[in-house]
Write a new protein. Structure first.
Length: 470
């Protein structure tokens, strides 16, 4: 019996089109939040989530409960998230949009144009609320103060776009740092007039697909590179000494275009019949790393072969993406992540698996369910971690690495489940390749076997001393 359940889950999660098999375990109708109380969950305010649910067969409360439950697991929450749950029809393509609205439609469109418009409106309103800094921050090697004159911002051809008086309110000093606020200056008007949005880039085809990144730059980006000139005497040190002219290039973002780009991509996505699940950290484009704003998209196939909504798949997708919304952006840590892909995706999968196992009443088999899918994925996609760009596999692979670390006693499971390994740069600082334990887990996560229907790590990787391994 255990074995059948485990197999069924694997099929469900790896290839959604195959679920015609009779799935004997009833999905839990209500995610088990407050099991002994009636479901007046609307009275429980969500902390970070806003929800838009356009799937008529799923109650709003159901999505609300999932969000509430995800929030309740977190040690701390910094983010704001708009979760959009929307219907799609029959699957028409096997392309899996692992990196955004990359490949065109995957399902038949069932959203009406007015529903799409509503989703776009809600998205616009949500991302308008993000505070984006139009600021240039320049550190000096000693404490500074304002002198007299103007800071000049030039185009790369040398023509002046705007000048900002050093004694205006746009320029502030603190210790050795000057902050130049270019909001409400001619620079914004200039960008508005001269920066095209990214229609060209979005239309670019890379390897037969539309690309979410072109030359390493996200299609959402919109920015202008300028020459910044601070003539001698405009800024002085504490002893009133002038510096030499300060010159340098700066690439400044144009947030209006970034917003428009995101909304337009969503429009294309909904209109094309894009399905799947995704988390887009909008604030990343806004350098607002301390207050993540995240869009979570989860599609629900309402043309399901067995004629009802697949709650297990919804739970998996929702909790995986919800976890992403709680992960802090670790690109700003003083060291860069050496194990970013599999760690980010693996922890999200770990969270999703442990919650849906619980919600379905399979907590007891949670580890076995995880490891069964990890093994199957290793067989399907190989054991090489961090395949460039293949984030899709990284979830199962990373879950395997994390699970091995948990079972070896090297990582407290609660730190994965409450999101704390993604706080204060912990994931970046702790998961270093120089650590033999990390190396061991990365080399051995796929040594999994099945015994009497239960998937588990082979004893050799649970007991061997790490110095025995390469
Ligand atoms: Zn993910």
């Amino acid at each position: 019996m255990q074995f059948i359940i485990i197999k069924a889950i694997f099929i469900l999660l790896i290839n959604i089109t195959v679920i015609i098999c009779s799935f004997s375990v009833n999905s839990v109708e209500i995610i088990k939040v407050y099991p002994n109380k009636s479901l007046k969950t609307n009275s429980v305010q969500l902390q970070s989530f806003k929800i838009v649910n356009l799937v008529s067969d799923i109650k709003y409360d159901y999505v609300h409960n999932m969000a509430r439950y995800a929030e309740s697991k977190m040690a701390s929450i910094n983010s704001r998230t708009l979760a959009i749950v929307y219907p799609v029809g029959k699957k028409i393509s096997d392309l899996r949009p692992y990196d955004l609205m990359v490949s065109g439609g995957t399902h038949e469109v069932v959203l009406t144009q007015s529903e799409i418009n509503e989703l776009l409106l809600r998205t616009s309103v949500f991302i308008e609320e993000t505070f984006c800094d139009n600021k240039i921050t320049l550190p000096f090697d000693r404490a500074i103060q304002k002198g007299t004159g103007n800071i000049i911002i030039n185009n790369l051809d040398g023509t002046t776009i705007t000048t900002i008086a050093v004694d205006s309110s746009n320029v502030t000093f603190k210790d050795n740092i000057v902050v130049i606020d270019y909001g409400n200056t001619k620079l914004i008007d200039y960008m508005e007039k001269n920066l095209s949005d990214n229609i060209d880039r979005i239309a670019k085809v890379v390897e037969g697909k539309k690309a979410a990144y072109v030359n390493g730059v996200s299609i959402f980006e919109s920015a202008l590179t300028v020459n910044l000139l601070i003539p001698s005497g405009v800024i002085r040190d504490e002893n009133n000494n002038a510096f030499n002219d300060v010159m340098g290039q700066k690439t400044l973002k144009h947030y209006n275009n970034i917003r428009k780009n995101i909304v337009r991509e969503l429009k294309l996505w909904f209109e094309a019949g894009g399905g799947g699940a995704n988390a887009i950290t909008y604030s990343k484009y806004c350098d607002n790393v301390n207050n993540p704003m995240v869009l979570v998209l989860v599609s629900v196939n309402i043309d399901h072969p067995v004629g009802k909504i697949d709650k297990l798949d919804l739970q998996y997708s929702f909790f995986h993406e919800a976890y992403h919304s709680f992960q802090e952006d670790n690109t700003m840590c003083e060291v860069s992540g050496e194990n970013y892909n599999w760690l980010i995706e693996g922890a999200a999968d770990y969270f999703a698996y442990s919650i849906f196992s619980w919600a379905q009443g399979w907590s007891e088999y949670s580890a076995s369910i995880m490891l069964g899918d990890v093994l199957a994925d290793a067989k399907l996609n190989g054991i090489e971690l961090e395949n460039a760009g293949v984030k899709y596999h990284s979830g199962r692979q990373g879950m395997g690495v994390l699970r091995l670390m948990v079972e070896r006693g090297w990582l407290r499971e609660s730190r994965i489940l409450d999101g704390s390994i993604f706080r204060n740069c912990a994931s970046v600082k702790e998961f270093r390749n120089s650590d033999p334990k990390i190396q061991f887990a990365k080399n051995n996560w796929h040594h999994i076997e099945e015994k009497n229907g239960v998937f588990q790590f082979k004893e050799s990787v649970l007991v061997s001393s790490i110095s025995d391994e390469e």
